[in-house]
Design a protein around this ligand. Structure first.
Ligand code: BT5
Length: 325
């Protein structure tokens, strides 16, 4: 563990109480000034929720269960997913890093996880809010033998694994999948998936699946406009969730659904996906660049396209953003 990770680890063991700079310095074998300097960087550059009081020392104002590389690697029960696992403190975007690794030949199953992202990305260049210490930002490299038109299948494969993982770790919650890439709990977005691909005309070379899950984040950490439309597992459960366990179960879950896809085909994935669909029966507007479609969602077709019925006409939507009207 580097010094920053050890400081966060010590503070997290303080369970929200203040720890003096002197105690922390003793534990680390560095000077008090050294502790102060690192904490300033953790606070100012990486935005960790560390509070300091002159007479009392430092504390974490948000619950923090660190991601632990040793535990992740030793507990992984998946065969391929996470075989190579890179845990980083702060990055621009795990998808960008994984994509570059894949270009250099990184093998299938390589995973990049970060504790925070400066430039977390959603689709179409949108921003994914990625505060430190509380959530999961994970990218996974896959090298499926499929055509580029089938790449969206991987978002479906990941979504069902994500729903399963949340249900397993948060009993009682009912996560649903909002086509094409959102996970919703109680009508608020808790996770999103960004699937990026590198391909030739007729074959996929690799796909990077980027998954962002709001785990222990308080929605107060989000920009105001998102606070009523986003949520986190802790907001919904009222308790802190172990991010390590979630990552382990998610990688195992993706492996299981990916194997199922390879052996039994996309229809099997769709059957499971449909049982968690959020939009069925809702009146929506789908926008894709300048195009707009309005109507009632009646499901997804055999290729995963959204079926929207407008005045008796059935429209198949390949891509877009859906808002409920
Ligand atoms: C997504 O895009 O939902 C895909 C998000 C993927 C993020 C992961 S994190 C690991 C990997 N590395 C990356 O750089 N990205 C991936 P989209 O459907 O375009 O949704 C983006 C929209 O969601 C934004 O425009 C906001 O409205 C909203 N949003 C942003 N941050 C959010 C958050 N933390 N929680 C909930 N909603 C958020």
């Amino acid at each position: 563990m580097d010094v920053d990770a050890r400081i966060l680890d010590i503070l997290s063991k303080g369970k929200g109480g203040y720890l003096s700079g002197e105690d922390i310095a003793d534990k680390l074998g560095i000077s008090r000034a050294g502790v102060w300097k690192r904490i300033r960087i953790l606070k100012e550059r990486y935005k960790y929720p560390i509070e300091s009081k002159i007479s009392q020392g430092y504390r974490l104002s948000e619950p923090y269960l660190p991601l632990d590389e040793t535990r992740l690697i030793s507990s992984l029960s998946s065969g391929i997913m996470g075989r190579r696992l890179h845990l980083l403190r702060s990055v621009d975007s795990t998808n960008t890093i994984a994509y570059e690794m894949a270009l250099k030949g990184a093998e299938e199953g390589t995973v990049v996880i970060a504790d925070s992202q400066d430039k977390g990305r959603g689709r179409l260049g949108r921003r994914w809010e990625s505060p430190p210490g509380v959530n999961i930002y994970l990218s996974l490299i896959l090298r499926p033998t499929i055509t580029p038109s089938h790449a969206p299948h991987l978002t479906f494969i990941s979504s069902i694994a994500l729903v399963d993982t949340i249900k397993k770790n948060c009993p009682g919650l009912e996560p649903l999948i909002k086509w094409p890439n959102d996970i919703i709990i109680n009508h608020r977005k808790v996770a999103g998936i960004l699937t990026e691909m590198n391909s030739e005309m007729d074959r996929v070379i690799f796909v990077v699946i980027g998954i962002g899950i709001n785990v222990n984040m308080s929605v107060a950490l989000l920009p105001e406009g998102l606070r009523t439309v986003a949520t986190s597992l802790r907001e919904e459960m009222g308790e802190t969730i172990d991010r390590n366990r979630l990552v382990i179960d998610l990688l195992k879950g993706i492996e299981t659904s990916y194997e199922m896809y390879k052996k039994e085909g996309f229809q099997k994935i769709l059957d499971i996906w449909r049982s968690h669909a959020y939009l069925d029966g809702r009146f929506v507007e789908v926008s894709h660049f300048s195009e707009r479609v309005r109507g009632v969602v009646i499901g997804v077709d055999e290729d995963g396209r959204l079926l929207v019925k407008d005045d008796g006409e059935l429209i198949r939507v390949i891509a877009g953003d859906v808002s409920i009207v």
